[in-house]
Structures are given as C-alpha cells and as structure tokens.
Ligand binder design. Structure first.
Ligand code: MRU
Length: 348
C-alpha cells in the first residue's frame, strides 16, 4: 500500500517547488522559483507552513541565495549569506525548526574556502535537511504507531501532517504507519480557526491517503470528547522547552485540558529538532501574533462589525503536566521531561 501524497517542497534543477497551501483544498498548485526572497515570502505568507516544512524552506531559501551569488570573494560571499539568513529569520518567530535549519546551514558554510565550495556545501546541507526530515518522520511513525489501537480514533489539531513537513508528517506519522500496516484508524480533525489548517489541510491529506476523517469546530472539543470514542490525541509542536513546555497551534492547550479532564492520552509528536534546549519554560517562547484581520475576516469577508478589533495569538503553550509523552524519532519521552529530554539529547 502506498500513500497518495504529493511532496510539500522539493529542490528541482536549481529551483524550489512548493505547494501553495493557501489554495488547498480547492486547488493543488505549486510555486516554482529561483528567487530566495520569494521562498522567504512563502514562509511569511504561510503558503508553506508547519515547523519542519518552514525549516526546510528556510534552508532551501539560503541554497537559492548562494546559487545566485556572483562574487568570487569568499569573505564577501559569507557576509552576504549571513545577512540573507537574518532576513529569512524574520519571517516567523515561534517554530524553532526555522532557526535550527538556518544554524545548520551556516555551520556547514563555515568550512567553505571558495565561493563554488560554498555553493556546493550549502545546497548539499539543505538537501540533507530535506531528506532527513522524511526519514525522521518515518521513524516517528514506527515508534508512535503503538499508541493507536486497531479500530481506534485519533484527535488532532492544525496540520502536523505531510504538508507541514517534507513528507509523512509528525502527528500524522503514527496514523500513516498504522494505516500502511493494515490497521483501521479514523481521525477527528479540529478545524483550527482562523487559518483552518485542520479543515483545509489535514482533512485534504488524510482523504488523499484514504483515511476516514471528520472535522469538528474548535469549540466543540468538550462535548465531542465526552460523547465520541477517542483513543488518543496526537498533536505537533513548534517548540519544546528543556522542561517539556510545548508551543503548538492555538487551541492545543484547551485540547490538552479537556483530554486531561476526561483521561484521554495526550501525546506531542515532534522531531528532536523541535526541542530548544536554550530555554526552560513556556513564557520564554515568542508567541507569534498575526494580523487581527485574519480573525476578523473569513476568506476576505468581514464577519465582525467595522471598528471592532481582535486578539490573535497564533500559538499557545501546553505545560508538561498535561502531556502523557513526547514521541520523537528516537523514542517516546516520558515525564519528567527535563530528565528524559536531557538524557536523549546527550546520547543522541
Ligand atoms: O501556523 P502553522 O500552520 O505553521 O502552525 C503549524 C503547527 O502548529 C503544527 O502543529 C506544528 O508546526 C507542527 S508541524 C509538524
């Protein structure tokens, strides 16, 4: 059995090709560009989104940047690369994968002794980040699959799926692996206002893959989890602190609270590249606040009276006490996360 899913982002003959996720589920259209700024723009406008995917996009943006360098002076080329990296870092603040990928590319670039060397190294490192992302997700799928019983139902929020990564997804990885192993698995996707990543993207990709999915409004999780049988909640992450505080799409924290109240296991599913060892607690995470217009309008149509403003945090923080475990490509981390995270990352 194969998954009928397109690649989210690819490097093809010196160009970056990515799915324009703003057009899904109605149109599957690609943005194809040699312009590094256009890729940064795609991250900012959320034409590509999801923590691992924006990490890959940031790396590819820098790969396009070096490809277009005309100077032969390696010192000057590196200076320009650092400036471009600063520009790409400004696109979105919360997902650490973006900063992680840029750091990896810049570290690799240090070794370059000529401009042609720099081009080769940066492009190769970006491709490595892209390839490793899929491999990591497949391992997450193998490890997390056991959390889903045959005939089970998973609840998820936002899109931590294939579209949020180079392929296969994080929270969807255990779902896809279960499905590919012949298990019967169903999904409930929270619609995820205001960008509707759940209704537009998760539902689209699960349908493509042949996995039954139903949408719920975000505010119905209480009653849905009370009335319907749900075996496990699997959610992605944008940043995980050393103590296990998790930033993820707005609505994740209320989902965790209801799961906790109703004793439904709540797991965060993320690659180790989402762990930020430099911070301890949730209040140290920069929570992106986007344009309130995105809340006040639905598909360009204003739903609130003129002159009324909105509060729009794009992410929230779930504290470790509400999380049963963190599924990574190495193993499922248990509480206390401070200990399991530090053990994993010193042995990884
Ligand atoms: O604003 P988005 O769509 O980039 O937010 C995405 C999420 O919150 C995902 O759950 C997270 O990035 C993990 S993706 C594997």
């Amino acid at each position: 059995m194969k998954l009928n899913l397109p690649r989210t982002i690819e490097w093809i003959n010196g160009k970056v090709r990515l799915i324009n996720q703003l057009l899904l589920p109605h149109e599957l259209k690609y943005i194809e560009t040699k312009d590094w700024r256009r890729v940064a723009e795609a991250i900012r406008k959320m034409e590509i989104r999801g923590a691992p995917a924006i990490g890959v996009a940031a790396a590819f943006s820098l790969a396009l940047f070096v490809q277009g360098l005309t100077t032969v002076d390696i010192g000057e080329a590196k200076e320009k690369l650092y400036k471009a990296a600063e520009y790409v870092k400004e696109t979105r603040p919360t997902a650490v994968n973006l900063f992680w990928a840029i750091k990896r590319v810049l570290k690799a670039a240090e070794k370059a002794v000529s401009v042609s060397d720099l081009k080769e190294i940066v492009i190769e490192e970006a491709l490595k980040i892209w390839r490793e992302d899929e491999e990591t997700n497949r391992r997450i799928g193998e490890i997390g699959e056991r959390l889903i019983p045959d005939g089970g139902t998973v609840i998820t929020i936002c899109n931590a799926g294939s579209l949020a990564t180079s392929y296969y997804g994080t929270a969807t990885a255990p779902i896809y692996t279960s499905h590919l192993k012949g298990k019967d698995v169903k999904v409930i996707a929270m619609e995820t206002r205001p960008y509707l990543q759940g209704a537009r993207l998760t539902a689209w990709e699960l349908k493509q893959a042949g996995i039954p999915v139903k949408i719920i409004t975000d505010n119905s999780i209480g009653i849905v989890l009370m009335k319907e049988r749900v075996d496990v909640a699997l959610v992605g992450a944008d940043r995980i602190t050393r103590k296990g505080y998790v930033a993820n799409k707005i609505g994740t924290y209320p989902l965790a609270l209801v799961c906790n109240e109703l004793k439904i296991p709540f797991y965060v599913v993320a690659p180790t590249s989402t762990i930020d060892l430099s911070i301890e607690t949730g209040d140290q995470i920069v929570i992106e606040q986007r344009d309130p217009e995105e809340v006040l309008k639905i598909f360009g149509h204003r739903i609130a009276p003129e002159g009324v403003d909105a509060i729009y945090y794009a992410f929230d923080i779930t504290p470790p006490k509400l999380i049963n475990g963190i599924v990574t490509e190495a193993r499922i981390l248990e509480k206390p996360f401070e200990k399991s995270i530090s053990q994993l990352l010193t042995s990884h």
